[in-house]
Design a protein around this ligand. Sequence first.
Ligand SMILES: *Cc1c(COP(=O)(O)O)cnc(C)c1O
Length: 406
Amino acid sequence: MKRRVHDLAVMGGAPAFDEHLHVGRPNIGDRSRFLERMNNILDRRWLTNQGVYVNEFENRVAEFLGVRHCIAMCNGTVGLEIAIRALGLTGEVILPSFTFVATAHALQWQEITPVFCDIEPDGHCIDPLRVEEMITPRTSGIIGVHLWGAPCRIEELSEIARRRNLKLLFDASHAFGCSHLGKMIGSFGDCEVFSFHATKCVNTFEGGAVVTDDDGLAAKIRLMKNFGFQGYDNVIYIGTNGKMDEASAAMGLTSLESMGDFIAANKRNFEEYERELAKTPGVRLLPYDRDESRNFQYMVVEIDEERAGLNRDELLFVLHAERVLARRYFYPGCHRMEPYRSYFPHAGLLLPITEKVCRRVLSLPTGQAVGTEQVVIIADIIRVALSHAAEVRSRLSANTCHTEKV
Ligand SMILES: *Cc1c(COP(=O)(O)O)cnc(C)c1O
């Protein structure tokens, strides 16, 4: 049965799905392996503090990434905070505004000023040309974010950092299992930080890791994540509690074993979306490098209102009515969130690409919990809505429901 405009839920039809489809519904690995590990943890009565599974998880991650050190953390944000502190960042640090707010908060939390830099229109990562313009005598470092798992301009950023004597850290929260020039993301810059939050490709419920080839930095980070303890009662440094617990590591090990399946499901969905949406006017899929490893964890499209006929928020409303809970990651940009909005009310003037991309991006459901039959339906909803854009728009504006509410 062919979907027509009047079948759309916003036009009065029944929603396409009985249950909500989410972005970032967690991938679950082999349940029996996980439960077996949980039993082992209870049998050992060793629940946290560098237990067997945390050690194993760190070793497996380091080996997989080809990096000397992996320090597991309770979450990615604390990983960023500790990495920032261990690198000795102060004053100002340059980062993109187009990222999850934790990247900026990790700086501001320790009273380092985040200086928001614009991104490149194609890949959505920080633009090295703009970075150079934002450096001041107070700048101590750069944080690049490998957004959607696609690497930043690593060579250009490394060159700037070297020449201007700045530290270079990467927020690699999205990029576990992704490569750059055939080398896994994880060993670039001074260090890289992963998140293993439930919504990420590989998850530990909550969790993260700092990875680095720098022995001295790794030692410092290990101390900092355990209150600065060196041995039983010798504190040699100010630290915090950034430890990963054994249950998280058990999930992480199980998740790592199934990573191939997670990525295969994401890739299958990505290719289905690509097939279905490639020729839809006004819908742009982000390009990706087919020679590199990608985890396809984020299914991001850009909606160009002029060509599509509907803007991103209208399309979002159409999808939500069908119970497709697409998201506007990372709208509206950190610079439009508090406290940054009040601190830097004019930041947007230097962020034209960020502002434009923020109005266009839409993250669509993917992952293990989404099947290709569902992808076909989601794509069909988008095509039908856009090919009857005028009708849909007039219905939306007639409705009392306001698109800003989504
Ligand atoms: C998820 C995420 C984080 C934060 O990680 P948590 O593990 O949730 O603390 C940081 N930066 C980016 C870009 C993220 O997507």
